[in-house]
Ligand binder design. Structure first.
Ligand SMILES: C[S@@+](CC[C@H](N)C(=O)[O-])C[C@H]1O[C@@H](n2cnc3c(N)ncnc32)[C@H](O)[C@@H]1O
Length: 251
């Protein structure tokens, strides 16, 4: 069994007043490509170490077909668009190579691109070099203490939570609660066990003996997601189709 990882700073402190806006550093990555140093070795980072952009796209989307990438991004962005404007500070949790950050950053005030993988962050910074309002932050598995409390208008986390152990995905939700403004919104997706597609995935995983594979997708019911959202301090509106799509606000 792997040792438990409890990064320092995993708190949900809520200050009385919102913090000032973060000063966004246009060149936040150190020359060697590390945004900051995790306090403990990550259990997740080694799973996400693509050698190049093509390998990253295959990891993120299971293929690198340009048309799938474009259509998926358009659909995802259409769901984010009502929740931010040009004055918003946005956080992309598990940003990968910046699939959505590339579309959101030019339309918002500032964007924090947060990921557990130094390789993903380096590829994102290279692809999005023209976007001067993005700051890249290395996530410490379940915490990103560089992002101030109650500073975010919109946080989104797409295709990420399923790749974490249940407890860790809950800690990330609590971390989202810490950074979200009282008037802010989070948008999060999970695979839906009640859909035929993900039930088949689950059965295939079970038959393959995937229970111990860290990189497997964990599959949720809408009821579980609703309970976890409430426990983390959010009131959730849930749309359950193949994916569970959550739009939630702080309680
Ligand atoms: C399937 S990709 C999705 C990327 C991006 N959200 C998108 O939709 O294009 C999953 C991403 O989550 C990141 N990730 C995995 N575990 C994480 C964690 N504990 N904290 C933050 N990011 C994590 C991976 O490095 C990877 O970039």
């Amino acid at each position: 069994m792997e040792p438990p990882v409890s990064p320092p700073g995993q708190t949900s402190s809520q200050p009385d007043a919102a913090q000032p806006e973060p000063a966004l550093d246009p060149s936040p990555l150190a020359p060697e490509g590390r945004a900051n140093s995790p306090a403990v070795p990550s259990r997740y980072a080694p799973l996400w170490a693509p050698l190049d952009e093509t390998a990253a796209k295959i990891q993120i989307f299971t293929n690198d077909r340009e048309e799938d990438w474009r259509l998926g991004t358009e659909q995802d962005h259409a769901r984010l668009r009502p929740h931010y404007d040009s004055g918003s500070t946005v956080l992309d949790l598990g940003c990968g190579i910046g699939r959505l950050a590339a579309v959101v950053a030019p339309r918002c005030r500032a964007l924090w691109a947060v990921d557990v993988s130094p390789q993903m962050l380096t590829l994102a910074a290279k692809r999005l070099a023209a976007c001067r309002n993005i700051r890249y932050v290395l996530c410490q598995d379940t915490a990103f203490p560089d992002v101030p409390d109650q500073s975010i208008d919109l946080a989104y986390c797409l295709l990420v939570m399923q790749h974490l152990e249940l407890e860790d995905s809950f800690l990330l939700l609590e971390e989202l609660r810490r950074v979200t403004r009282p008037s802010g919104t989070i948008v999060v997706t999970y695979p839906n066990l009640l859909s035929d597609f993900y039930l088949d995935c689950f059965v295939a995983y079970a038959h393959r003996g995937a229970a111990t594979e860290m990189a497997r997708a964990r599959i949720y019911t809408p009821q579980e997601v609703d309970r976890l959202m409430t426990a983390a301090g959010f009131r959730a509106e849930i749309t359950a189709e193949t994916e569970i799509r959550v739009v939630a606000r702080p309680i």
